[in-house]
Design a binder for this molecule. Structure first.
Ligand code: M6R
Length: 607
């Protein structure tokens, strides 16, 4: 969603801000803008549409060593030039960029209008700029602090003032914000990817913290003006990980990275020969976790699908009752959290607003709160009592791919770890971990079937409705395959447990309907073959994801993509790969913007 970048230093700010904005593009946005702090004025340039549009109207020789910039994903007010950030007060003395939502903006707007303030935009953010101007007493930091005491809602903000050039004041509540520490220069950003080209040293702000940044250094305080000493941390990711590196899209790059990424995810954590698993991030809570009476996995979107696989894994391997909850539902229900309940939030970005809120709710009710997160230092990671990082590297494509397989690998390791501590035999763990260790290489061999996946996409790309069906461990994969297809190709697709088809959706089957069956060998193989027959007898066009060597299925399906054999609980990590490829090719064939699908944002930081 929205992105913030701000620069203070000795270099020209504009090229740095523009480059930062481009690095933030992947988050999803509909307008962009820049504010440069000159000697006697703040110069704002902003426009609806892509950053390339902004670049066309910017004066590229504009000299300034301080500035803030923003990519906006509209919440309050249409995505047009006026509503784009930065927003100023009516005199143009202050400029603000803001991620999040000011919930009491209407009340504040009315108050300010009664004070004679005229508004230009429909946004909640403009209220902040106008309020800061009204309260200003010659000290930007102190005034921002006062203004934020009047505000309800969530924010990551950066503010500049014409009278205090060379200063950015930034603050955070519920929306990520960090400061990159360079040599004599500082970059405020909502996302580490925006600063990585300049520095990997970073300070993460916590909720209700503020930072005053100038070329002389940074001063961090709480909203109550209590000084805070911050630890400088190192960003783990490298610049080439967030660049295309010769690939046409981030999605295909990340699909191809999966073998290597999963290896990194497992590195140092599993020992198949001894049947042991080492998960350092949960060592401190291992005892409490092992005694869990119930596990709730909570997440959104693709991460929720990984959670569904996790439910099967926890129950089968660890023998712990497990449920999976949409974070957006969990947070507003009145969930029952008894002694021995462990809540695990799953999130690639670690910033998804609903997942974060669900985790906070669980903590408040006394649950042990864990995280399965990719982005180190993210809000969810910092909120948990303990957790396991994915370590699959940055995921830039909006369609989540390597994060899904990484989440399933982490949940597999966790389920086996708990199983081993409760009832699983050493040979059982050895067998499971040996199979898990082979997964990265098996993923890589599936990628060789790219052409076969493209062919499936070519054959059915003109159909507007697809069904994805699976049973057991493959049911979540069916949901994930359908989500991938719809979010990037805009083809309507539904995923279902295959047996549910007879309870309604079978009415949709015609000779025009592609039906993707995830029909690998396993405990429900014969059942799913019967479901395939049911679709065939109604003329449906069957595409099967099957186990290598299964020749019978090629007589039933029009197209078959084979995956190598593995243990049933690990099959989702393999079966999802062809579905990612099919979705990718379908989107390309339909001329869609694969990495930036319409209306979508990479991390959903508002409700
Ligand atoms: O960052 P998160 O894993 O918390 O994100 C959750 C969902 O927003 C995300 O998985 C979304 O569904 C993806 N676009 C799916 O590809």
């Amino acid at each position: 969603m929205c992105g913030i970048i701000g620069y203070v230093g000795t270099k020209q700010a504009l090229p740095i801000l523009l480059e930062g904005l481009k690095r933030l593009e992947y988050r999803g946005y509909d307008s962009a803008g820049v504010a440069l702090v000159g000697d006697d004025a703040i110069r704002i340039t902003k426009s609806a549409g892509r950053i390339s549009v902004l670049e066309q109207i910017l004066k590229h020789d504009d000299q300034a060593v301080t500035g803030i910039a923003h990519t906006r994903w509209a919440t309050h007010g249409a995505p047009n030039d006026i509503n784009a950030h930065p927003h100023t007060d009516q005199s143009g003395r202050f400029a603000v960029v803001h991620n999040g939502i000011i919930e009491n903006h209407y009340t504040l707007r009315t108050y300010l209008q009664n004070e004679g303030v005229t508004f230009k935009s429909d946004t909640d953010t403009e209220v902040l700029g106008q309020l800061i101007a009204l309260l200003y007493d010659g000290d930007l930091e102190e005034t921002v602090r006062k203004a934020l005491h009047e505000v309800r809602g969530t924010y990551g903000i950066a503010v500049v003032c014409r009278d205090e050039p060379g200063v950015i004041v930034a603050a955070k509540r519920g929306s990520p914000l960090l400061v990159g520490i360079g040599k004599g220069e500082y970059i405020v950003a909502s996302d580490a990817s925006a600063i990585l080209a300049h520095t990997s040293q970073v300070v993460y702000l916590e909720d209700d913290e503020m930072v005053c940044v100038s070329a002389n250094g940074i001063r961090t305080t709480t909203l109550e003006d209590i000084p805070v000493t911050k630890k400088i941390q190192e960003i783990e990711w490298t610049l080439d990980q967030i660049e295309l590196g010769g690939h046409e899209h981030f999605m295909i790059k990340e699909i191809h990275e999966q073998g290597a990424a999963l290896k990194t995810c497992m590195r140092g954590r599993i020992d198949p020969e001894k049947g042991t698993i080492h998960l350092g991030g949960i060592a401190d809570v291992a005892r409490e976790l092992t005694r869990a009476k119930r596990i709730i996995l909570t997440a959104c979107g693709t991460a929720w699908h990984a959670g569904l696989v996790g439910e099967y894994l926890m129950e089968e391997l660890a023998r712990i009752p497990c449920e999976v909850e949409y974070a957006s539902e969990f947070r507003y229900r009145n969930p029952i959290i008894e002694d021995g309940t462990v809540v695990i939030a799953i999130s690639q970005s670690g910033e998804t607003a609903d997942t974060l809120a669900a985790l906070e709710e669980a903590k408040q009710r006394g649950a042990l709160a864990l995280g399965v997160v990719n982005v180190v230092g993210s809000s969810i990671a910092r909120t948990t009592d303990a957790g396991i990082y994915l370590h699959v590297g940055p995921e830039i494509g909006v369609a989540s791919t390597k994060a899904f397989s990484g989440q399933v690998v982490v949940l597999s390791m966790l389920a086996c770890y708990l199983g081993r501590r409760r009832h699983m035999s050493q040979p059982g763990a050895e067998q499971f971990l040996t199979a898990l260790e082979r997964i990265p290489e098996q993923v890589t061999t599936i990628l060789e079937q790219n052409d076969a996946c493209r062919k499936v996409a070519e054959t059915y790309v003109d159909r507007d409705n697809w069904l994805y069906l699976g049973r057991g461990y493959q049911y979540p994969v069916a949901l994930e395959g359908a989500l991938k297809l719809k979010e990037i190709s805009y083809i309507h697709a539904e995923g279902l447990p295959a047996a549910e088809m007879k309870h309604g959706p079978i009415a949709l089957i015609t000779d025009d309907m592609p039906v993707v069956f995830i029909a690998t060998r396993g405990s429900q193989y014969e059942k799913i073959i019967s479901n395939i027959e049911e679709v065939r007898s109604r003329g449906g066009r069957v595409i099967a994801i099957a186990t290598e060597g299964d020749h019978h299925i090629s007589q039933l399906a029009e197209s078959v993509i084979y995956i190598p054999d593995t243990l049933e609980p690990l099959q989702p990590i393999l079966t999802v790969i062809p579905l990612q490829l099919i979705a990718y090719h379908a989107a390309l064939l339909r001329g869609c913007n694969v990495d930036k699908p319409r209306n979508l944002a990479k991390s959903v930081t508002v409700e």
